[in-house]
Write a protein that binds this ligand. Structure first.
Ligand SMILES: C[S@@+](CC[C@H](N)C(=O)[O-])C[C@H]1O[C@@H](n2cnc3c(N)ncnc32)[C@H](O)[C@@H]1O
Length: 447
């Protein structure tokens, strides 16, 4: 079988991601499925693509120190070649600097011959001058310093500095530039967590129980998900520990009819099914009809039968035709700023202004579904965002118009999770504090 150069493959994918705004995980899966890369080359492709996307801001900053032309003025081909070469030079210990330079220059000769001398010069001078790189002053320009050092857009580091102060913002920025943990949830409809831990260990996978989620397992080895036979057998599903806590806050009971209003791809839907022993009825909705298939496929793999799917725009007052529910989960569409580690390409596409539109939709969903909650019923509002605008501010705006609702303090109801809760009794997790994704949840009760 013919084989492909992993660096060339990484270049091709990075170019597509830049030009088409395609998602890295999908492109990498397709590339690997072609079978043109073998053994260690498969891992190198994934490392190069994700590594460059994660460290792009820092790599561009380094380019700006060693090139007369600013990165944004460079041809895209040349810019991506430099990012690839510098990532190997600065972040990949297992690749010698000489190999990083030579391999990139060879690629440049093939892809951008006129620029190969320039690529060579920048890569070599960056290596020679690595100890002389100067960053913006941390004291006087903290947001710019964090952006350049830890590779995030400056508007985002400014937001973090404002919210957390510079020291904690730096801890967050640093954690957000690292690869995320791989966490799974045991499908307790088929196996206990302890039995799954034993099974995975017997399969040669290193893993440990999560601290807070009773069904969570953190995989600590580096192998891919496809290798997990237990996954194919429906014994588990991938879900961050933070996300595994939100359904617990809803306390769904067997035989209850639960509405999961923004359900795709179905991580929390199937967890709710687990929590009610698959006895009851879960209406899992999403505005995107195509994504409902993902929920149904996951249900099938996990052996869940209590879920019915429905296309629903949760802001549409007529959509539920007067139906009411004792429990509603609103896992709202959000900026995803808490999960930037998982799709690092996304952070370069977002803009600060996008964040101002989302709270309107989030509030509209809450407003609309408040009428579908039975008196005495419980609604959990959750997002995978870390911003106040999408979380506390949305809950406050909702409560201001709905005196019949009150916030229930999660610290009182779930003392074991108190370390993850705010002074107002909301759940808030952070990568740098808790090793989980950034997540928010509020439990609201209707009088
Ligand atoms: C954060 S994701 C949900 C993740 C899901 N709960 C899980 O655990 O797998 C938010 C979902 O809301 C959906 N959505 C966006 N706007 C919506 C609306 N107006 N009504 C219903 N769903 C909506 C999106 O399509 C997306 O699938």
């Amino acid at each position: 079988m013919s084989s492909k150069n992993p660096r060339r493959a990484a270049f091709d994918l990075l170019l597509r991601i830049e030009k088409e705004r395609s998602f890295a995980d999908i492109l990498i899966d397709v590339e690997l499925s072609k079978g043109m890369l073998q053994g260690a080359d498969r891992g190198l492709l994934t490392e190069l693509v994700y590594g460059v996307l994660r460290r792009r801001g820092n790599l561009d900053y380094i380019i700006s120190q060693f090139s007369k032309q600013r990165p944004e003025k460079l041809e895209l081909y040349v810019l991506i070649l430099l990012r690839l070469g510098l990532y190997q030079e600065f972040y990949l210990d297992r690749v010698p600097v000489s190999a990083a330079v030579n391999e990139t220059v060879n690629l440049a000769k093939e892809l951008a011959p006129r620029a190969s001398g320039f690529v060579n010069a920048v890569l070599r001078s960056a290596d020679r001058g690595r100890d002389q790189i100067t960053y913006p002053d941390r004291e006087s320009r903290p947001a710019e310093y964090l952006a350049a050092r830890w590779s995030h857009p400056a508007w985002l580091t400014a937001l973090w500095c404002e919210q957390l102060g510079v020291d904690e913002a730096e801890a967050l920025a640093r954690a957000m530039a690292e690869p995320p943990p791989l966490t799974i949830r045991a499908n307790t409809l088929k196996i206990t967590r302890d039995a799954l831990l034993e099974r995975l260990t017997a399969d040669g996978i290193s893993c440990e129980a999560t601290t807070y989620s009773p069904d969570g397992i953190r995989i600590t080895h580096a192998g891919g998900l496809a290798k997990l036979a237990a996954f194919r057998e429906g014994l588990c599903t991938v879900q961050d520990e933070s996300s595994q806590l939100a359904p617990l806050f809803l306390t769904p009971q067997p035989e209850e009819h639960v509405l999961d209003a923004c359900a795709a791809p179905g991580g929390k839907t199937t967890q709710i099914a687990q929590l009610i022993g698959d006895r009851g009825k879960i209406t899992a909705c999403d505005v995107n009809g195509k994504k409902l298939r993902m929920i149904r496929e996951t249900c099938e793999r996990l052996g869940v039968t209590s879920v019915r799917t429905q296309v629903l725009d949760a802001t549409d007052p007529d959509a539920l035709k007067g139906a009411t529910f004792p429990k509603i989960l609103v896992d709202a569409p959000c900026s995803g700023l808490g999960v930037l580690r998982r799709n690092p390409e996304g952070k370069w596409w977002k803009a600060a202004v996008d964040l101002d539109l989302l709270p309107r939709t989030q509030l509209a969903i809450l407003e609309n579904l408040s009428g579908s909650l039975e008196p005495g019923g419980t609604l959990v509002y959750a997002t995978c965002s870390t911003t106040v605008k999408e979380n506390e501010a949305v809950v406050d705006a909702f409560l201001a118009d709905h005196p019949e609702f009150q916030v229930e303090d999660l610290r009182e109801l779930f003392p074991a999770y108190a370390p993850l809760c705010t002074e107002r009794g909301f759940f808030r997790s952070w990568p740098h504090r808790d090793g989980m994704d950034g997540f928010f949840a509020a439990r609201l009760r209707k009088a």
